[in-house]
Write a protein that binds this ligand. Structure first.
Ligand SMILES: C[S+](C)CC[C@H](N)C(=O)O
Ligand SMILES: N[C@@H](CCS)C(=O)O
Ligand SMILES: [Zn+2]
Length: 326
């Protein structure tokens, strides 16, 4: 029998007509409010600096029509917090805070939305973001995927274990592994979910830079091997990669897996990890997302959204397009 939260994810997708909408550009919207995130913790520095702003950003994505809220924990890690002089306990409480802020935003938004019988919203789910080891390195490694010979399966599992435990204990509806750049880390995530007997749903999303393979150069066929064997992973796909790659990648993933497919690309801009800024490239503007989202859905994607450099306005356009062309 499906766990209660697995059933909730399943029902959400069904109620959304077969394709739910996730946000993913949390950091970008934070910056729209003037936040400065040029920091080793990146957007997660706001868990310390201004938790209220985090909640406000979550509310803005809900207002725009997000069915799933991705938390502010992408680059929130215990070693990251302790390197700033915080204790383990303080770090753990910041991780809990990331889930709490999203749950509070969801609950207050839903409490008022459901009072209006004509509201267009569905009760959103909270996905605890777990950024890759490359994200923690804070040098753009998630777009390269080469962690070097010292990083083996055990090291990756050790890196992810405690954060995952704390996030699960904080009570999110699902786990969102984001920006996974290679096969080894995908395997670490799968093994960890099993070792920790995680009973809430999860997705594992990869980055791609060339549109065909993981950043490490490994094929998605290889990267999906462990995921396909696992019963603890519910959806797989791509985040934070250029949107013009998504159409062929949804088709590719359809061939490679029976799991639900998720795509939430960035705007097409490219992250310069050294300069810590986005460089222009083949950019999708908000309006381009509407038609494309319906294509990705019609090709079989079950969760669609926008990652970095997309905003609530992108989510609003995706939401309108998926409703209009249901
Ligand atoms: C998704 S990327 C833009 C996040 C930031 C990156 N890990 C860095 O710190 O450079
Ligand atoms: N969802 C993350 C970005 C992943 S690349 C955030 O905006 O914090
Ligand atoms: Zn991103």
């Amino acid at each position: 029998m499906k766990s209660e939260k697995r059933q909730m994810l399943h029902d959400l997708i069904e109620n959304a007509g077969g394709c739910a909408i996730t946000d993913g550009g949390f950091a970008t919207q934070l910056e729209k409010h003037g936040a400065s995130i040029n920091d080793s913790l990146w957007s997660a520095i706001y868990l310390i600096k201004d938790p209220n702003l985090i909640k406000q950003v979550h509310l803005e994505y809900l207002e725009a029509g997000a069915d799933i809220l991705v938390t502010s924990s992408y680059q929130a890690t215990l070693p990251g917090f302790t390197s700033k002089g915080l204790s383990i306990e303080q770090g753990e409480s910041l991780l809990q805070r990331s889930v709490k802020l999203a749950v509070e935003a969801r609950d207050s938004f839903w409490d008022s939305a459901k009072r209006n019988p004509r509201n267009k919203y569905r009760r959103a789910l909270v996905a605890a973001s777990i950024g890759s080891y490359g994200a923690y390195l804070a040098d753009g490694s998630e777009y390269r995927g080469c962690y070097g010979p010292d990083v083996d399966l055990k090291k990756l599992k050790d890196f992810h274990r405690r954060r995952l435990q704390v996030l699960v204990e904080a009570g999110p509806d699902l786990l969102a592994f984001e920006s996974i750049p290679n096969k080894l880390e995908a395997q670490a995530c799968v093994e960890l979910l099993e070792e920790e007997s995680v009973n809430i749903p999860s997705w594992i999303c990869f980055i791609t830079v060339d549109g065909e393979n993981a950043p490490s150069g490994e094929s998605f066929k290889d990267c999906l091997e462990a995921i396909n064997k696992s019963t603890t992973v519910d959806a797989v796909g791509i985040n934070c990669a250029p949107p013009h790659f998504m159409e062929s990648l949804v088709c590719k993933f359809k061939q490679l897996t029976k799991k639900a497919i998720i795509v939430y690309p960035n705007s097409g801009e490219v992250w310069d990890g050294k300069a810590k800024k986005w460089l222009p490239s083949q950019i999708f503007h908000d309006d381009d997302f509407g038609l494309s989202a319906t294509r990705w859905r019609d090709l079989g994607a079950k969760i669609i959204g926008g990652c970095c450099r997309t905003t609530p306005s992108t989510i609003q356009i995706i939401s309108n397009a998926l409703r209009e062309k249901a």
